[in-house]
Design a protein around this ligand. Structure first.
Ligand code: EPU
Length: 338
């Protein structure tokens, strides 16, 4: 394990922002992580733990020790008639984990195919897509406290999951390095095809016998058709969260904008697609220099080449103001800004 100095973070963030880290190191075991915690560079500097770098916007050079989690490996730790506990290293690529589960017939993650990022990042923001969130199948995780190097296990309840939220984005921000995550997957799948265009895509694919593999393929087709590939166009998926508003407020806005769509939430509020609000406010397909609002999904801000993090942040501010003045709704960012 080597601590390098003055390293470009461009290859380590899906926006492709070219900022520098004062110190940079990667680890592939808990021992190596503990060595890093004991290092002078850690003691004298702030730290940032990077997973896949797919939900982060760098706006400046990082005067910190940036640590990349590369703990790999996946293993079954318990098997019963109807479920299985699978533990994966936090550095494992999320989609590779989905592929592994589908190959072995473990159900629960098929709707989450092709989400960029790592296993360790999945509980950070309770990743979700097409009617499923990881909190539905999350069992527990192991993490190392960056203050003292001690191991701590977090149960589902202790992670305090919410919509794209967890304790790791809030009160424990930057305190723990997640080293592995255990998921409880089902050996008897319950197919979830009600969300959005999944069923329609499955019909178009000509699938007669539904399977977790078919659902994952349908999800991949839909994602590929409207989300930009970060390897080609820098982005971090949804830049904003879908806002929740009260039913009364929803009705009022709908009077002025009859095409407004919304989905009731468990708290009797209405969740509105931020992509719709941004499109209606006129930003979809906007491009200025290398910064833009993606033309197939307005919720995604993109770097067409050499955009800086500040330029992307600035565009997000303009969008927030414009949506606020058009609809009276304040968008919140989903992406972590540094
Ligand atoms: N819409 C528009 N214009 C747009 C985009 C969306 O009008 O430019 C409207 C359409 O009415 C569409 C609705 O928004 O029916 C919902 O769009 P979509 O199904 O694409 O989903 P989303 O609400 O925009 C959320 C997640 C995505 C996830 C999809 C699918 C958030 C912040 N985003 O997006 O997650 O893939 O649902 O489940 O909740 C991510 O978090 O990075 C992410 C990509």
């Amino acid at each position: 394990m080597q601590i390098k100095e003055n390293i470009s973070l461009q290859p380590f963030n899906s926006f492709g922002i070219d900022v520098y880290a004062k110190y940079f190191a990667s680890f592939n075991s808990i021992d190596q992580l503990q060595e890093l915690i004991a290092s002078t560079q850690h003691k004298k500097n702030k730290h940032l733990i990077l997973g896949g770098g797919s939900n982060i916007l760098f706006t400046k050079n990082m005067e910190a020790l940036v640590i990349k989690n590369e703990i790999e490996g996946v293993e079954v730790i318990e098997e019963q008639d109807d479920f299985i506990l699978v533990q994966a290293g936090a550095g494992m690529n999320w989609h590779q984990f989905v592929v592994y589960c589908i190959h072995h017939g473990y159900a629960g993650v098929e709707n989450l195919a092709l989400i960029p990022g790592s296993i360790g990042a999945s509980p950070m923001q309770n990743i979700g897509a097409y009617g499923v969130e990881i909190k539905d199948i999350f069992h527990s995780l192991e993490a190392i406290d960056m203050h003292d190097g001690n191991k701590k296990i977090f149960t589902n309840a202790e992670c305090e999951f919410g919509y794209r939220e967890s304790v790791f984005k809030n009160k424990y921000k930057d305190q723990f390095a997640i080293t592995s995550v255990t998921y409880r997957l089902s050996k008897k799948p319950v197919f979830n095809t009600t969300y959005g265009a999944i069923q329609q895509e499955i019909d178009e694919m000509g699938i007669k016998d539904l399977s977790i593999k078919a659902i994952a393929q349908a999800v991949m087709n839909i994602r590929n058709s409207k989300l930009p590939d970060p390897l080609k166009i820098g982005n971090a998926g949804s830049f904003f969260k879908n806002p929740e508003i009260e039913t009364g407020e929803f009705e009022k806005i709908k009077l002025a904008f009859p095409s407004l769509v919304g989905y009731p939430t468990k708290k009797d509020n209405i969740k509105i697609p931020a992509g719709w609000l941004i499109e209606q406010a006129g930003w979809k397909g906007f491009k200025e220099g290398d910064v833009g609002c993606y033309d197939k999904q307005a919720l995604v801000l993109v770097n067409y080449g050499k955009a800086t993090g500040m330029q992307i942040l600035d565009l997000s501010e303009r969008i927030i103001k414009s949506v606020q003045s058009t609809f009276g709704i304040m968008l919140q960012r989903e992406v972590n800004v540094y």
